[in-house]
Write a protein that binds this ligand. Structure first.
Ligand code: UFG
Length: 349
């Protein structure tokens, strides 16, 4: 491992960020976390140290703070690339507080790009989302699928960020960008040392399932069973977060191979397979042997009916495809939930 192999990981203490830090390290990179801990726990750093067998450098601060970022780029010599995760991501909150989302998600990218230019760092992997497609007319979605209006300000920030990146590359700035459009990341590291840590009541399906199975929540509400899908519940493309971490490594390696000085591309990161909410519940019950108490409720506002990836481009361009199954992801999510339960009962006792 050489010290000039450093990758700045903004939001590296968060859910996807922390799993990517592990995969970067496994691939021989030196991950350097930049995080303001607004949606991450400091204990993640200890957990990462336990997984990696050595500490990870972390700079605590806000990506919108130009002076702070400039200090990071000056202090950390040998940075060869950046993975930008740091962003707000709660769809519902973004509808309530759109300016919070526009301010944070757009500003942090702009400030980061300026810091990269000033620091002579040209490789960027950007954390985008399949939310940029809105509800597509045809499935599975390819990268050429027309982007429909976003369903939330959060989704719109991802669309605008992609445009900011594209415009910057069009200006012939020395910048090589790979925007990864993630589908639905779930699961946890097999060590059960890191995973998703929702603050308060989870918005997302899998943490709600695991908390219900653990008895923390009385019941899961399935948001609608009258959609035009096989069993009437919404369909998503669920991807194991460890697979998602390795996709970032492949994206960086791909940028390193590109000889052009300026480059922009987008790639879907999904399994290529859609699963309904009911299927996720059934698979969870099968792999864990634990029953999930659920009721069918009303549709959730803003939900799209079904979306899943065409994953051909990721295989072709990144030489990457998922290795882990829905079963693996749900089993790992459950192990992580049990670990969290043990930790909180230890704290309580
Ligand atoms: N769901 C329930 N009950 C719950 C929670 C979710 O039935 O308590 C359903 C939803 O209605 C949806 C599915 O489970 O059909 C998945 O919902 P999530 O909230 O887990 O995920 P979303 O697909 O809504 O959103 C995710 C990410 C967003 C991203 C979006 C892109 O959280 O950041 O995918 O489609 F923008």
């Amino acid at each position: 491992m050489t010290p000039d192999n450093k990758i700045i990981v903004t939001g590296g203490a968060g859910y996807i960020g922390s799993h990517t830090v592990v995969e970067l390290f496994n691939a021989g990179y030196v991950p350097v976390i930049v995080d303001d801990f607004s949606n991450a726990d400091h204990r993640v750093l200890d957990r990462l140290r336990a997984i990696l067998g050595q500490p990870v450098t972390c700079h605590e601060g806000d990506c919108k703070d130009a002076a702070f970022l400039s200090r990071v780029f000056t202090k950390e010599s040998g940075i060869t690339g950046v993975i930008h995760f740091a962003a707000f991501k709660a769809v519902g909150e973004s509808v309530q507080e759109p300016l919070k989302y526009y301010h944070n998600n757009l500003m942090s990218l702009v400030v980061l790009l300026k810091a990269m230019m000033a620091g002579g760092v040209s490789h960027l992997v950007f954390s985008s989302s399949c939310t940029v497609y809105g509800q597509p007319d045809h499935l599975p979605v390819t990268e050429e699928t027309l982007k429909k209006p976003a369903f939330s300000p959060y989704g719109r920030t991802k669309q605008i960020c992609e445009e900011i990146l594209e415009d910057t590359v069009k200006s012939h700035a020395p910048l090589k960008v790979m925007a990864l459009r993630y589908f639905n990341p779930i699961g946890a590291h097999p060590s059960s040392l890191i995973g998703e840590l929702p603050l308060g009541v989870p918005n997302n399906l899998v943490p709600f399932i695991t908390q219900t199975a653990a008895g923390i929540r009385e019941k899961l509400t399935v948001f609608g069973d009258d959609y035009d899908t096989l069993d009437g519940t919404c369909v998503r493309d669920y991807i194991h977060v460890v697979d998602l971490g390795t996709a970032h490594v492949k994206a960086l390696q791909n940028l390193e191979k590109i000889s052009k000085k300026t480059y922009y591309d987008v790639v879907n990161i999904g399994t290529g397979k859609g699963n309904s909410v009911m299927e996720v519940i059934q698979v969870f019950e099968k792999v864990t042997n634990v029953r999930v108490n659920y009721v069918i409720g009303k549709r959730r506002e803003g939900d799209i009916e079904k979306i899943y990836a065409n994953a051909d481009k990721s295989r072709r361009v990144l030489n990457w495809q998922t290795q882990l199954s829905l079963e693996d992801a749900l089993r790992d999510a459950w192990h992580w939930q049990k670990r969290l339960g043990e930790a909180s009962s230890r704290v309580a006792s």
